[in-house]
Design a protein around this ligand. Structure first.
Ligand code: SF4
Length: 433
C-alpha cells in the first residue's frame, strides 16, 4: 500500500511538471472553473439535458440512490431478461448507490469489466481506492483468485493474468445486452459525455451492447469543451501520473443510420443523492472533486489504514468530507478525526479543495465526545497540571492494559497498548543529575 501510493505521488509530480509551466496556476484555474460550475449548476444541468435530448440521449433525473437504482433496473428490464449479461465499466457513482446489488436482485448477471473491479467482484471484496480498487492486493492473491475461478492455468505473471481476464471478458462483451458506465465530464454546451480510461473496457461497455446507461453525479458537468484541455491532463496526472489517459471517449449520440456499430439507445441518469443539500451547506467545496484519488495517495493515514478502514465507498481525505457531507455528520462525522491535518491533501488536490478546513468544520459539528471520553480527557488535563498526580499516574501506567473500564475495553478491541521499553525518563534523569 505504502510503496504503491508513494510511487503515484512521485509520478504525479513528474507529470504535472511536464504538462504545466506552473502547476499551482493550473490548479487555481481548475478550481475557479469548478466554482463557476457550482454557482451555475442548475442552468448548466438544464442546458446539458436539452443538448442530450436533441442529440438523441434520453435523460433521467434521480433524486436519491433508490430512484437511481429503480430507473436503471427498469431500463435494464426493458431491454434484457433475467439471466442476461450486463457489462459494467468502473464508476464510483454506481458504487455509491450499490447498483450491482440491485441488478443481481433483479436476476441479471452483472460483470465488472475494469480489471481491478473484476478482481474485487470475483473475490466478493470492495474497492479500497477510488482509482486503483485493488491497491491492497498482491499479485499472488490475484493469481489465487483467477485460478479458483478457473480463468486459466495458475500464473503470477501480470501480463498472463491480464490475458486470462481479457479472454473471459471478451465473451461477456459479446453476450451483453446492456453496458453501464459512469461519466467523468458532461459538456453542457454540446451534450457530450466524456469518459477516460486505460483498459479499453469502457469502450466495449459503451459500444458493444445495444443499450448504454451512463450514471453521473450532478457535479460532473462542465460548461464547454474548452475546459477539457485543462481538466483531462490534470485528471490523468493527478490520478495515475500519466500525461493523458490511454483512451478518452466523447459520446454524443446513439448509433446513427449510416453507422454500423454503437448502442441503439443511450440513457443518461443524473444523480443528486444529497448533492443539492451539500451545495447549499458549508461543505460545498467538496463538490469540486474530480475523483482523481491524489489526496488518498498522499495521506499518511490512508497509506497506513487503507480504504476499507473508512467504512464508506469514498475513502481517504475525500471520503472524510464527502461521506459525512452526503450522509450526515451524525453517521460519518468520526471520519474527520482520521486526519493529521498536515495539509498534503489540499496541496495535491487539482481543484484546490480546502480539505483540512472542511475537516475542522466537520469535527466541530460532529457528535460531542461520549461521557467516558470526556472523563478520560478531563482526568488527563487535571493530571498534567499537577506534577505529583502526573508522577503517580505514570507509576500506574504499566497497569493500564489490565483496566476493565468499558471505554478502554472497546478502545482496546482493535488496538494494542504499547508496552514501555527500558526504564522511565524521569528516573534516568534524576540519577544522571
Ligand atoms: S478531493 Fe481533490 S485530490 Fe481528492 S480525489 Fe477529489 S479532486 Fe482528487
Amino acid at each position: 500500500m505504502r510503496s504503491a501510493s508513494a510511487s503515484k505521488v512521485t509520478a504525479r509530480e513528474r507529470a504535472l511538471k511536464t504538462l504545466f509551466c506552473e502547476p499551482p496556476q493550473a490548479q487555481d484555474t481548475a478550481s475557479a472553473i469548478k466554482s463557476y460550475v457550482l454557482d451555475h449548476l442548475r442552468t448548466l444541468l438544464i442546458e446539458l439535458e436539452a443538448q442530450c435530448l436533441s442529440n438523441g440521449i434520453q435523460v433521467h433525473w434521480a433524486n436519491n440512490a433508490e430512484d437511481a437504482n429503480q430507473i436503471i433496473v427498469d431500463l435494464c428490464k426493458e431491454s434484457a431478461k433475467p439471466g442476461d449479461v450486463i457489462v459494467k465499466a468502473k464508476s464510483m457513482a454506481t458504487e455509491e448507490i450499490h447498483l450491482n446489488h440491485h441488478l443481481d436482485e433483479a436476476g441479471f448477471e452483472t460483470v465488472e469489466t475494469d480489471l481491478g473491479e473484476f478482481v474485487v467482484q470475483i473475490d466478493h471484496d470492495t474497492p479500497s481506492h477510488i482509482v486503483t480498487p485493488i491497491i491492497h492486493k498482491t499479485r499472488k492473491e490475484i493469481a489465487a483468485s483467477f485460478s479458483r475461478e478457473e480463468l486459466g492455468p495458475y500464473t503470477e505473471e501480470p501480463k498472463e493474468l491480464t490475458m486470462q481476464a481479457r479472454a473471459h471478458l471478451r465473451k461477456k462483451f459479446r453476450e451483453a445486452k446492456i453496458g453501464i458506465s459512469g461519466v467523468n465530464f458532461a459538456i453542457a454546451s454540446t451534450g457530450h459525455l466524456v469518459l477516460v480510461e486505460n483498459e479499453g473496457n469502457n469502450r466495449f461497455c459503451t459500444t458493444a451492447p445495444d443499450v448504454h446507461i451512463a450514471l453521473m453525479g450532478i457535479e460532473k458537468v462542465l460548461p464547454t469543451p474548452a475546459e477539457l484541455p485543462l481538466f483531462l491532463p490534470l485528471l490523468a496526472a493527478s490520478a495515475t501520473g500519466q500525461l493523458l489517459t490511454t483512451y478518452v471517449h466523447f459520446i454524443k449520440s446513439p448509433r446513427q443510420e449510416r453507422e454500423t456499430d454503437g448502442p441503439k439507445a443511450i440513457h443518461l441518469v443524473i444523480l443528486d443523492n444529497g448533492r443539492t443539500n451539500v451545495l447549499q451547506g458549508p461543505f460545498r467545496e467538496i463538490l469540486k472533486c474530480i475523483r482523481c484519488g491524489a489526496c488518498l495517495n498522499v495521506c499518511p493515514i490512508y497509506r497506513q489504514a487503507s480504504g476499507h478502514a473508512y467504512g464508506h465507498v469514498y475513502s481517504g481525505p475525500l471520503g472524510e468530507v464527502l461521506a459525512p457531507a452526503l450522509e450526515g455528520v451524525e453517521s460519518f462525522g468520526d471520519l474527520a478525526k482520521a486526519s493529521t491535518l498536515c495539509g498534503a491533501c489540499q496541496e495535491v488536490c487539482p481543484v484546490k479543495i480546502p480539505i483540512p478546513e472542511l475537516l475542522l468544520e466537520i469535527r466541530h459539528r460532529a457528535n460531542s465526545p461520549s461521557t467516558s471520553e470526556k472523563l478520560a480527557w478531563t482526568s488527563f488535563a487535571q493530571a498534567s497540571q499537577h506534577p505529583l498526580v502526573w508522577k503517580f499516574g505514570l507509576k500506574l501506567l504499566p497497569l493500564a492494559p489490565m483496566a476493565r473500564h468499558p471505554f478502554l475495553t472497546s478502545w482496546l478491541k482493535r488496538r494494542t497498548l504499547p508496552t514501555r521499553v527500558g526504564r522511565d525518563f524521569r528516573g534516568w534523569w534524576n540519577e544522571r543529575s
